[in-house]
Design a protein around this ligand. Sequence first.
Ligand SMILES: [Mg+2]
Length: 321
Amino acid sequence: MQATPGEFEIIRDYFAGAPRGEGVVLGIGDDCALLQPPADGLLATSVDTLVAGRHFPADADPAAIAARALRVNLSDLAAMNARPLWFTLALTLPHSDAEWLRGFADGLLQTAQAYGVSLVGGDTTKGPLSITIQVTGGSTAPLRRDGASVGDAVYVSGPLGAAAAALPLVLGQKLAGDSERKEAQRAYYFPEPQLATAAAIAPLASSALDISDGLLADLGHICEQSRVSADIDLHALPVAAIARQLAGEGALELAACGGDDYQLCFTVPQERIPELEQLGLEAVRIGTVIEGAGLSDNGERVRAWLDGERWFPESAGYQHF
Ligand SMILES: [Mg+2]
């Protein structure tokens, strides 16, 4: 792999005017960044790679790609109730393209500023387009996947199905008007990391994660880690308006199984429900945690119900970018 000198400097220069965030003793420019961990709490860290043609179309708007790459990582911090602090970026680029890089840097800068997270290091390499971001946050009250108990209520933080309904438009597989296409781009490239909701529910929730692969699959991860199972009432699912608009009757299935919305799924013990309801969140109760005994780790731990009958998705699998 051959390095492409000079390219990262474009991003660095672009970021030079950005305010230096919390805990950054020494940022980009030396062999390492020097960072001051928060005085209390834990560091939460996560890394994610997006590959062109697999996670986003190669010809997509670079600012949108950057926004999505960072937002998706920030969503993992939200899932653990960690406050965003720092991130590093590794970019693999097929060729030197200053215009693409400026667009990418612009999208990254805007997103970083919006969420108060500082870019503290980076690397570029020549090769097929891919983006790796590692984020680090601080948490005094981390949320985890392994704390759900039988009887807990299952909640989602907001509407589901938008990104999955948007994907065919984003990929150009389905034609749409200007306003629909814009809304689809927003749903897919600009998911909202649920940081405020995570902070609000942290004292009450027994478990949480962010929904990246689809509600039923991701709730299954909570169930596996917590050694429980869950019943979900599909009538209770908050289905995104754009999903109904674009997918009609298929919207419910997209809300249950489609990914990329980055809402939170979380559980709350019965006795804490009144406090949760008082918070005035958009969160909706969709089910209940039940006994998981007798189920293997690979067993179906999440049972979806519709009008009193077990419900199974019609589609065998979902296309995720
Ligand atoms: Mg996650």
